[in-house]
Design a binder for this molecule. Sequence first.
Ligand code: B12
Length: 454
Amino acid sequence: MKRFRVTIVHPCVGRKPGQEYVRTWQMEPLPAATLAGLTPKHIDVRFYDDRMELIPFDEPTDLVAISVETYTAKRAYQIASEYRQRGIPVVMGGFHASLCPDEVARYAESVVTGEAEILWPQVLDDAQHGTLQKFYRASGRTSLAGLRPDRSIFQGKRYLPVGLVEAGRGCHFKCEFCAVQTVFDSTQTRRPTDDILAELRLLKDSRKLFFFVDDNITSNMRQAKEFFRALIPLNIRWVSQASINAAHDEEFLDLLVRSGCQGVLIGFESLNPANLKSMNKTFNTAKGGFEKALGNLRRFGIRVYGTFIFGYDGDTEDSFLPTVEFAQEHAFYIAAFNHLTPFPGTPLYTRLVAEGRMLYDAWWLDDRYSYNRIPFQPRGMEPDALQRACLGARKAFYGWPSILKRSVDPVNRGNAFMWRNFYMINAMHRNDVSLRDHYPLGDQAWTGTLLTAN
Ligand code: B12
């Protein structure tokens, strides 16, 4: 009997005519490996990464699965149209599908909202029987026990040698701008420690660094500590995302270091307490605030990837320089200076719509919109000034004098591996400073017609 074939596609954000997609930050996409791992063995799986290869639309397949984020939605709909024009049904899932299911449903036979662990086998079964439903909605959270991402689909593709692994999903905080809280309803689930350790052992020889992609690895401190204790004997190097409250817990910091943590991404967001209040992120300033927390991290030798958001109501053009100086003074290993982005479905988006401040109906689909353009009206400056100032902040932080100064910081050169990589990673960021500015969403050279579904 003919085997059923499913083609998984990871879309890129967009493409300029005749040019390759931006090559930096191309890591193995875990959503694709997770879906492949959930697919029964009697089904053939193929995988194409639109960021690095041409999709062979004419290759025979029975079902196409596309992961959609807000920035990749436009490109995802182009890809879906190519397949659907050839009579192949398309199912979409991922963050944007969960945030905007009705929009996504216009371009696909089926939409999966929420986590796919329970629903995906059902989708495949229905597809094989020709009974695909329009919506498959996950109710509540799914257990992550038994999760086995299948990375064999990445063979032959050139990704950064970083091992992306999930330890948990979601975050209990309710930051106004964050899409994660909307999708997971401010809850966090964790994988059983033994499952994670088994996955790490499989990957350990081929990956020099692991990235736990958890939205907030510190969301449940008790479980995080238990996990770090179990990690110690593995002797790996890892980085992840954390909230700053964890930097006030000495036992936690000690376990971070002993388990091989090389650095954490922390969302500082703003130096302005009024902005943090509007973001619902006042926990950032608790227990002595940034200075105390950064002092603690420094004492334990933990590198910091600091991220900042500009464009909240308290920001003006004067907000940028002190923020860049703060990041330089604390010798952040790397830092991000991004404009506020209202993702659909977030409380921020709802508020800005209610205040009449959105400049596009759906910026992610609007042909006038391009990457890094400001999609809303800030209060303290004009949109163009906000965009220019973010660019200026990145240029200053990734200027050679700043890179060199930060490179000799004792924490950043705490071990040879991270010191060597400091130059490579900062050079990559430096190269990226304006690379994505005004990058199109969707492939600009695409001449097809977006096919809508019933
Ligand atoms: C790792 C990561 C990255 C990595 C990407 C690594 C890579 N592979 O290339 C890096 C650091 C480069 C990155 C960059 C960015 N990221 Co990012 N990233 C993540 C993060 C933390 C984890 C993603 C992951 O692997 N999760 C594990 C997988 C298994 O989970 P999942 O994607 O949710 O998939 C599950 C379901 O959604 C569903 N599903 C997913 N796809 C599909 C498809 C089908 C067909 C089906 C049925 C189901 C399904 O099934 C899966 C299993 O349940 C997420 C947060 C998160 N919780 O997902 C943010 C996240 C995806 N990123 C986000 C953003 C905004 C960005 C940036 C734009 C940030 C910036 N300003 O530069 C960039 C650019 C993104 C791009 N597309 O180019 C947002 C997207 C929001 C949105 N509305 O779309 C998220 C959700 C973070 C957030 N706080 O809002 N990111």
